[in-house]
Design a protein around this ligand. Structure first.
Ligand SMILES: *Cc1c(COP(=O)(O)O)cnc(C)c1O
Length: 394
């Protein structure tokens, strides 16, 4: 990292953090689209392979563009180190595979990104790592789930789509007592709004596919933490190979320059939308941690400066009414992705949660009338107007 970055503010770090310049002295961050690097002679190659001399060898290990992405994100999260990966799932899988061993135990909040469930319950289990699932909001459940072999606690906050909040500081205490690592998936709020390490988390995980890119172009993932905790995760990535493409790293690196401005604008629009939805007679319930009616409003406000851009709501009339809203939109994109400048809408019960049984959906609160909107950067009036079509108003 260059200069006195530690002392700079968030916005400065977002545009200058991690900046490396080549001998060409390019102003903007360069994209090093190269798989390997050359040496002046055999001796230099030997020194670099022996780790006696710092330098670039091969882009599965690392690459200058990837280094810039890692260092910029580490600076924004307030972390000592960061390793980036091909996808968000690769970041989560590499965290487990790099940090744990057969016979270890994990505790995870139940309301996590859907693919995490088969990763933990099927794949990690196959390698002898068991997971106990607990309620996001109930710290006593986390405490009660600790076993002598518990080595990792994992949560996502706020949860998607129902905006349940995990108390990061309280769960960090549980992890500390258990001598376990506490990893927070900070994908939904990003360091622009919430910095889990300042609240006691050991690792911060990202699907950079979402807001770090922010424009729906690439898949990428990241894990931030202390050098000591990142090293074995990096070791797994370097050896097993879920490495990021330098091109995708460059997209995310440049995406982060506008992260805070986007997150603030998208959060403000989301709060307006959540209020507007609350007033609609067709809507039974709105889930957004920025609303005064949210049951964990105070905790949410303590942990994050704003509540992000995912708003979900239940329409009266179940699946038929929900599908009518989806089918009536003209501008909003019907897609299950989120974290884009373009607003998206999805019906979780038949898309993101379709593989989950009706009983499990009921237990998780994913009702047939539930819709999730990931608010983008359009004028919020246009987003409301588009949704109003489905309520029969236009
Ligand atoms: C999308 C997502 C992931 C998985 O990321 P990919 O880049 O799709 O692999 C993990 N966690 C959260 C919260 C997500 O939204």
């Amino acid at each position: 990292m260059a200069g006195n970055e530690k002392k700079s503010g968030f916005d400065t770090l977002a545009v200058r953090g991690g900046l490396l310049r080549s001998d060409f002295q390019e102003h903007s961050e360069a994209l090093f689209l190269t798989s390997s690097f050359v040496y002046k002679n055999a001796a230099e190659a030997a020194r670099k392979f022996a780790n006696e001399e710092q330098g670039y060898i091969y882009s599965r290990f690392t690459n200058p563009t990837v280094t810039m992405f890692q260092d910029r994100l580490a600076a924004l999260e307030g972390a000592e180190a960061c390793v980036v990966t091909a996808t968000g799932m690769a970041a989560i899988a590499s965290t487990v595979m790099g940090s744990l061993k057969s016979g270890d135990h994990m505790i995870s909040s139940r309301s996590v990104f859907g693919t995490v469930v088969p990763l933990f319950d099927q794949i990690c289990k196959k390698f002898g790592i068991d997971t106990t699932w607990v309620s996001a909001a109930n710290v006593d459940e986390w405490r009660a789930a600790v076993r002598p072999n518990t080595r990792l606690l994992f949560c996502e906050t706020p949860s998607n789509p129902l905006a349940e909040i995990c108390d990061i500081a309280a769960i960090a205490e549980v992890a500390k007592k258990a001598n376990a690592i506490f990893a927070v998936d900070n994908c939904l709020l990003t360091p622009a709004l919430q910095r889990p390490m300042e609240l006691g988390a050991d690792l911060v995980i990202h699907s950079a596919t979402k807001y770090l890119d922010g424009q729906g172009r690439v898949l990428a993932g990241a894990v931030c933490g202390s050098k000591k905790l990142i090293e074995p995760i990096y070791g797994f990535v370097r050896t097993a190979g879920p490495a990021i493409s330098p091109f995708n790293a460059w997209i995310c690196l440049k995406g982060m320059e506008t992260l805070r401005i986007r997150m603030d604008a998208q959060s403000a629009s989301s709060l307006s939308l959540a209020h507007w939805l609350t007033d609609r007679p067709e809507v039974a319930k709105v889930h957004y941690a920025g609303l005064p009616s949210h049951p964990q409003r105070a905790l949410a406000a303590r942990q994050a400066s704003a509540q992000g851009a995912v708003v979900s709501f239940e329409v009266k009339g179940g699946r038929d009414a929900a599908w009518r809203v989806v089918d009536a939109v003209k501008m909003i994109s019907i897609t299950a992705n989120l974290g884009d400048t373009k607003t998206t809408i999805t019906h979780p019960a038949t898309t993101t949660h379709a593989r989950v049984s009706q009983a499990e959906r009921d237990a998780a609160g994913i009702s047939d009338g539930l819709l999730r909107v990931a608010v983008g950067l359009e004028n919020v009036e246009d987003i409301c107007e588009d949704l109003q079509r489905g309520f029969g108003g236009l």
